[in-house]
Design a protein around this ligand. Structure first.
Ligand code: F6R
Ligand code: MG
Ligand code: MG
Length: 370
């Protein structure tokens, strides 16, 4: 039997403003997922959150993009939306962009990362949940995990990893993808994924010689762009990712090591600002200051015949206190730029916020320069 690990997430209402997913919403989702487990659609599940986003971590034997599993997640969000409306929570139902479910959550608002795998003798996985940022925020850390020997000692020391890793990169504007092999094509990879608003790492596969089969992803990232689906700004995408670890893949410590550096990401207030990522426990994931700074939570599990053992809330560890302090110092520095770049996003990215509406009234007043 192959196990599929699916994270499907959405913001269907929060308090106060865009800060925290309410416990009642998680309870409502739990009712739906519990039933799906009892009826055999799911093997197991865990309901997490990061800030205002609810993250359904689900296991099953049905493969990626399965209609029953996606419908279960959709129904959980619909049920949570009903609660959110009763409580008059902010943005109730905001990420459910369609009135009716059709086959798969793709293109309907919720974000999704999935991996189907042959469970190894022991299968450690880390589920990353983010709030107030977009999928490109994963480019730098995932690159480091799988391609940077200064981060991942295994690339140098573990013979299993000597064949490197293959990166599947999406061009999210052109809707195209390319696979690049590392270490051979490292510079080409960086040429692309350094442009975080256009190119995003979708999956990473083991290279030749790895114990994990070459066609089984070692990592998967949600790349759903809400503004492309809705045609206007409806909140940031707040991505999720799954990373498998150990025995020929990066160790769990190598998977979380990139977050010792609070790198700058796009998102934060009104999805329009550059700010440092803030690694934190689930309980500390409410984005408060200037609706941020952008949060990341890491939940570590072991899979046991599809059952989820855990989670370990990794960034609760004081070993990440220093990264948090650095993040707050970087937040202060960036905030002092107010509405100026590079704190505010460049004009091309502002096109996908509420800015064009503001610019509309100035348009006629622009005259040609003689
Ligand atoms: C960012 C985000 C928030 C809102 C902001 C304004 O992803 O969700 O920063 O953009 O709070 O929200 P509205 O326009 O709903 O008042
Ligand atoms: Mg919200
Ligand atoms: Mg959010």
């Amino acid at each position: 039997m192959k196990t599929t690990l699916s994270i499907i997430k959405a913001d269907v209402g929060s308090y106060c403003g865009h800060q925290r997913c309410h416990a009642k919403l998680m309870e409502a989702a739990n009712g739906v997922l519990k039933e799906a487990k009892e009826s055999g659609v799911l093997i197991d599940y865990y309901i997490g959150r990061c800030g205002d986003d609810m993250d359904l971590v689900m296991t099953h034997d049905k493969g990626e993009g399965n209609e029953q599993v996606h419908k279960t997640a959709w129904n959980a969000f619909v049920s949570a939306t009903e609660e959110a409306k009763k409580l008059k929570l902010y943005g109730a139902g905001q990420d459910l962009l369609s009135d009716a479910f059709s086959g798969n959550v793709k293109g309907m608002g919720p974000g999704c990362a999935e991996i189907e795998m042959e469970e190894r003798k022991s299968e450690p996985v880390v589920c990353f949940l983010m709030d107030k940022t977009d999928p490109g925020a994963f480019n730098l850390p995932v690159y480091k995990m799988f391609a940077d020997p200064f981060n991942t000692a295994g690339l140098v020391i573990d013979p299993n990893m000597r064949g490197g890793f293959k990166f599947e990169v999406y061009d999210i504007y052109e809707n195209k993808r390319v696979i690049l092999n590392t270490p051979e094509e490292l510079y080409d990879l960086l040429a692309l994924v350094g442009s975080t608003s256009k190119y995003v790492i979708k999956r990473v596969y083991p290279g030749p010689g790895n114990k994990v089969p070459e066609d089984e992803p070692a990592a998967a990232v949600s790349t759903d762009k809400l503004h492309q689906i809705a045609g206007e700004y409806v909140g940031k995408d707040d991505p999720v990712a799954i990373v498998r670890g150990q025995s020929g893949l990066p160790a769990v410590g190598e998977i979380v090591e990139p977050y010792s550096f609070p790198h700058l990401v796009a998102g934060w207030m009104r999805g329009s600002h550059v700010g440092p990522v803030y690694p934190c426990s689930m309980d500390k994931s409410d984005p408060t200051r200037f609706d941020g700074p952008p949060r990341i939570v890491a939940l570590g599990f072991q899979l046991a015949e599809g059952n989820l053992v855990g989670p370990n809330d990794v960034f609760a560890d004081p070993a990440f206190d220093r990264a948090r302090r650095e993040s707050l110092a970087a937040a202060d520095y960036m905030r002092r730029h107010g509405p100026f770049q590079p704190h505010r996003l460049p004009p091309a990215d502002m096109e996908y916020t509420s800015m064009p509406k503001v610019m509309e009234k100035l348009r006629e007043r622009f005259k040609p320069v003689e």
